[in-house]
Ligand binder design. Structure first.
Ligand code: ASP
Length: 588
């Protein structure tokens, strides 16, 4: 570690060790705790970002919680029996102390230690500058910096060029709700804040930059959740003259470097799975590979069934809750089974069939009588089921069976997101379109409309659009989507076709994105890229299950900042200048 000594201090609090015994040191920091000791002395625990050190001070010194002090003293061994093995400086203390008060502090609203974990989040955020003084937040913020730095180094090593792109831009068709910024010079017109630098980075490819990256702030006006903030940071990258494996390899290196820098643990090569396989086996497009409970296809087993609920369904799938791994769930009584059924219905199933496996490949279940001996045996064999296991079956449309069982699988088996091992997976071959819009009758885009259709599927673009795969891919870690990317359309004619499919006419495309389409007429190279969320990656690697814990100044779930009170009302003069009149809040 490079010395952080300054003209005011010789050492950091947390760096003092027995090797410093006998040295006169000067430390600066905050009073974390004070304990009176006998008639004359007091112990001061002094904290800075590196840790805590104990100082033995005259008890008449008037220093209270969070006062800022400089202490000059001599490092000495702690008397026998008073060693503290809980902290790295626990073998020493500073004696013969001269204390200078650099600043006073009001009593803090919560203790600046792990006890604040239980304090209401609004209070933590209102006093975020005190919250960040705590070890947990200091660790998270520094981990984040390390991750950023490793990402930057990995990208530079691969000759990516860092380019900054504008914040004020026109509205774009990327799919998320945008934040708008009113123009003063052109009242009634608005800039959009970037939901991502997507357009810019593609233009940089037309511009011959070849390999671009940016640690970019993106803004989306979407409801906030544990893994979503209005503002978030992405590693954003784009490359020319590449196919999908090139992009995955380059991004894989950056993620791996970041994860290894953060955890010190080598990341094995990242596996790949197609979207279709992910849906079939895990029921979701962001599969958590840390646990089993995989979905199994059962449609063939019930090809000749007379059980009405099965015979009319397009797809039958099931999961086995094995009694060995999930004894509680497998052994659950009727209450639990009813709860599972309710959950399945809530996600969209018409019902849930449960079968408890009994001896001789038979089942205990209200519907057992509808299942023939051959079907029972085939079912048990497919799952490798043994007595005591519970089999859950959904029969419906393919996407419903996937979705419902995928949700039940996660409900039953998913560990907290940060619990190891870290399982990265590329999900590739996403569909270009996801379903048909009931109102317009047109296909809905799976991602942004710049994704290149899979060359093998171009032939279906007009006739069977839902069959067309995109050259689009996601990176998933422990069931969290870290990011996504694609090979882009670089042919203007194909881009026009895809826009048309989505109901964007040539005229509308020219009017809204002419600035983007025009350059593609000047020799756009084949290109592709990716972006992954640094907040999410950092949260998982920091062992946090909410990205707010790794963001210095996040917004609350409701999108406000209790410290600055943003968003705030602005005065009429400011609005006038922008040509804006606000409406009274809608009456509910
Ligand atoms: N712009 C996309 C996003 O932010 C990522 C990409 O396609 O590169 O999700």
């Amino acid at each position: 570690m490079i010395s952080q000594s300054t003209s005011m201090r010789s050492h950091l609090c947390g760096e003092l060790r027995p090797e410093h015994i006998g040295t006169t040191v000067q430390i600066c920091g905050w009073l974390s705790r004070r304990r009176e000791h006998g008639e004359h002395l007091a112990f001061f625990d002094i904290r800075d970002h590196s840790g805590i050190v104990q100082c033995v001070v005259d008890r008449t010194v008037d220093v209270r919680s969070e006062y800022v002090v400089r202490i000059t003293g001599v490092v000495r061994e702690r008397p026998e029996g008073t060693l503290n093995t809980q902290i790295p400086t626990g073998a020493i203390e500073i004696g013969d102390c001269v204390v200078e008060v650099l600043n006073e502090s009001e009593p803090p609203p919560f203790p600046i230690d792990s006890r604040a974990d239980d304090v209401d989040e609004n209070i933590r955020l209102r006093f975020r500058y005190l919250d960040i003084r705590r070890e947990r937040m200091q660790k998270n913020i520094r981990l984040r910096a390390k991750i950023n730095s490793a990402i930057r180094a990995a990208m530079e090593l691969q000759e990516f060029v860092e380019v900054e792109t504008p914040f004020l831009m026109p509205s774009t068709p990327e799919g998320a709700r945008e934040f708008l910024v009113p123009s003063r010079k052109e009242p009634g017109s608005f800039y959009a804040l970037p939901q991502s630098p997507q357009l810019w980075k593609q233009l940089l490819m037309v511009a011959g930059v070849d390999r671009y990256f940016q640690i970019a702030r993106c803004l989306r006006d979407e409801d906030l959740r544990a893994d979503r903030q209005y503002e978030f940071m992405q590693l954003d990258a784009e490359m020319s003259f590449v196919t999908q494996p090139d992009v995955l390899a380059a991004i894989g290196k950056a993620v791996t470097a970041a994860a290894e820098a953060a955890t010190g643990v080598a990341v094995p090569p990242i596996e790949q799975i197609t979207w279709h396989e992910a849906m079939n086996r895990f029921g979701v497009d962001k599969p958590d590979l840390r646990f089993g409970l995989e979905l199994h296809e059962l449609t063939d087993i019930f090809a000749a069934t007379e059980f009405k609920a099965f015979s009319t369904a397009a797809s039958i799938k099931g999961i086995r809750v094995d009694a060995a791994t999930y004894p509680e769930q497998a052994a659950s009584g009727r209450g639990r089974l009813d709860a599972l059924t309710d959950r399945a219905k809530q996600v969209g199933a018409k019902g849930l069939v449960w079968l408890r496996v009994a001896e001789g490949k038979t089942f205990e279940s209200p519907v057992a009588k509808f299942i023939s001996a051959t079907e029972s045996a085939a079912l048990c064999d497919r799952f490798g089921a043994v007595p005591g296991d519970l089999i859950l079956i959904v029969a419906d449309e393919w996407d419903t069976t996937c979705e419902v069982l995928g949700q039940l699988r996660n409900d039953i088996g998913r560990p907290p997101v940060h619990e190891g091992p870290y399982r990265y997976v590329w999900v590739i071959d996403f569909p270009l379109f996801v379903g048909i819009d009931a109102v317009t009758g047109r296909p809905k885009p799976g991602h942004h409309p710049f994704c290149h259709p899979h060359p093998d599927d171009l032939q279906y673009l007009d006739t069977e659009p839902l069959r067309v795969r995109a050259q689009a891919y996601d990176l998933v870690l422990n069931g969290w989507e870290l990011g996504s990317g694609s090979i882009r359309i670089h042919e203007p004619e194909l881009q026009r076709q895809v826009f048309n499919k989505l109901g964007i006419s040539d005229e509308e495309a020219d009017r809204r994105f002419g600035f983007f389409l025009q350059p593609f007429k000047y020799g756009a190279p084949p290109h592709g890229g990716f972006a992954f969320g640094i907040d999410r990656l950092t949260a998982i690697l920091a062992g946090e299950d909410n990205i707010r814990e790794v963001i210095a100044f996040p917004k609350t779930q409701s999108g406000s900042d209790p410290m600055t009170n943003a968003p705030t009302v602005v005065d009429a003069a400011q609005l006038n200048e922008l040509g804006i009149r606000t409406l009274p809040p809608a009456v509910k």
